[in-house]
Structure formats: structure tokens, C-alpha cells
Design a protein around this ligand. Sequence first.
Ligand SMILES: *Cc1c(COP(=O)(O)O)cnc(C)c1O
Length: 401
Amino acid sequence: MSMFDERVLEKYKNLTRGIEERMINLHPIQSGGRAGDYPGVVQAVLRFVDGYSVCDFCMKGRLDLIESPPLCDFHKDIATFLDMDEARLFPGCRQAQYAAFHALVKPEDTIIIDSLAHYSTYLSAERVGANIVEVPHSGYPDFDLFLDVYTEKIEEVKKETGKWPALAFLTHVDYNYGNVFDAKSVGKILHDYGIPFVLNGAYTIGRMPVSGKDLGADVLTASLHKSFASPAPSGLLLANEGYADVVFKSSSMRGPWSGRNFGNKEVETLGCTLPGCVAIGAMAAFPYVAERIKHWGEEVKKARYFIEQLERIRGIKQLGQRPHNHDLIHFESEPFFEISKNHPRKGFFLYEELRERGVTGVQPGLSTAFKVSTYGKKWDQIKLAAEAFLDIAQKHNIPLY
Ligand SMILES: *Cc1c(COP(=O)(O)O)cnc(C)c1O
């Protein structure tokens, strides 16, 4: 007899969230993936909410070849939109990175990555058995990558291992400081060597205009639930001619006894990735995203305004590139940390006092430093959010400039 007690099921009924409606949410991983801002996305997702809902007319056994709903067109159109040759949906940027590494790297190969890469880049490398070499950054307070060091690292790998690196990787915008890196300059270096360039657009694609070819990317990854107003889990892997055949290689496996084979399936997608409402959500988000990236300049203005306001609090300092070029902002906040030491709620006070003022998204418990994103907020929300921080500072007698 199972010990299962049906009373435990009560908590799964009527699940709700609602913070996006009730609060100004500044959480950096949530601001660009908010699908609820776009009624068309919500509606489409609901219509396709049943499991394998996109598979009614899957004639060729591949997600990217389904004509109705227009997934086939979507794959072509999104590739064109990002100026790449081929695109495939993945459950996230991490799976896309792993797939790319898995296709391009053999165990014991060395790859070059930037030292501000997301943990999933390191884990992807680990999972394929690669050795990594890191491109260093300048450290505090700018955390700027030394991009010209790619050349030095390539030569170093060749000298020490006798082989060229299997690929080089750059995080277009890093997730800690929101620094935007000159991918094009790295693309040039790698093309001179003929080494594949994998560019991670997790924090760029869907927020700002990105042209893979212009940046010299051979392979491009995206997180749709982070930056493309899409439900999770969704991401993209894109590749250009010359690498697409390797990255999107078809299966050649044959059952030795049965003779079964699956030549129409692609190995790195395990045959299919997003067979339902998530793929639909990403498609439905596309027109909204194509429109919103035109206003990237305004998003940068909002971020800069927010930085200017918060730096009026003595001791609050934005880290990373200045002036800042992205909505993801990292503040060091010594004065808040000082308050937390004597506050009954310790480090949680900032999170809680912000919430009392209708603002959320800073990590609960953290007060030495915090990250926010101003992406997609209206100007009056940006102003309200900044005022909440200023108000908290004043309440605790931190001087303002
Ligand atoms: C968030 C993030 C990822 C992981 O994205 P998922 O789509 O959640 O897998 C990878 N790289 C960077 C730079 C990120 O910021």
C-alpha cells in the first residue's frame, strides 16, 4: 500500500503568483522574460496548453519543419531576424550552450571562455569533458573583459597542447554586471584563426538588436525566457553555414538487431525539444519583441537614470562599465550593509522595506550588493522604484547627495 495521502494535494490547487501585477519587479532574470505584458502571448499559450499540442500536423518528424502552427516559418524567420543561417528551439540557453559544445568539442579538447561567463557555460564545458582557459577581466570596479587577450590565449593553448582550441566563447552581456562586450572584435580574432566563435546572447537577444553575422558569431545562443518575453523553458541555438551541419547533425544510429534508424532526427535536440505551448509562446512573442528591440536606446536611458538616482545615496555605487549600456545593474551598497548589522531583520530589511513600497526583485537577505533590472518598466515605475530606495536610505539616516 502506498503511503500517499491525498490531503497533500490541497496545496497544489489554485496556485497563484500575481507579483507582476501588484509590484514593480526589478528582478534581473525576470524583467525580459515577462510574457504576461503581452496579451497575445498569454492567449496563444492557453490555446496550446495541451501537452504535445503542436504535433497535429508533424509530417516530417521535426519540430522545425511543422507548417501548422507555423513553426517552420518561425525557425526561418527568427534566424533571419538574428542574421544567422539556421535556428533551433531549445529548453533554455544552457541546453543550447551544452548542445553547441557537445557538437564542436571532443573530450580533452581545450576551449576558451570569458571569465564572466554564466555557471552554465562552465558546467557545459565540464559535461563535454573539455579543458577551459579563461580570458581575464579587469576586476573591481569595472569588471571589463580584456578582449584582445583572446589572441594570446589561443596561442597559449596551441603551444601547450599542440592543438588549436576547439572553440572560443564570449558572453555578450554578463549576468553579474550587465557589461556589454564588443563581440565583433572577438569575432575578427577568431575568424583569422578559423576557430569557431560561440556567442552567448542570453541577455541581449530579445532586448536589443543583434546581428550574428555582423558580430562574426558562428554559433549563437539565446534564452527566450530571460530576454524574449517567453514562457519557460525556452531558448535558441543558431548556427551559420559551415557549422550548422555539425551542430544540427542528423542521426546516423542504426539498431544492430532491428535495423531501426532515425535519419530525420537531429542528435543534439534529441529529436525534439519544445512540443507544446512553450514553443507557441515564443512564436507569439516574436512580433512584440521585434517591435520592442527598436526602443533599446530608451531602455539604456532608463537604466542610466536609475543609476544616477541610486548613486545619490552616499555609499551606493554602480559596478561595471560606466556609463552603463544595459538594464542589468549591479550596485554595491555598503551603507545598507551597515544598517543590516543592527536591524532586527538583518539583511532581509532591504527586501522587506522595498516590498512595503511596492518594489520587489532584489535578492532577499542580501544587502552588501544587489542587482536589479529596469527593463520594460515605464518611466513612472522607474521613478517610483528609485524613490523607494531613496526613501529607505533617508529613513535610516543615510545622507543623500
Ligand atoms: C541566464 C543565463 C544563462 C542560462 O539561461 P537559461 O535559459 O536559463 O538556461 C546562460 N548564460 C547567461 C549569460 C545567462 O545570463
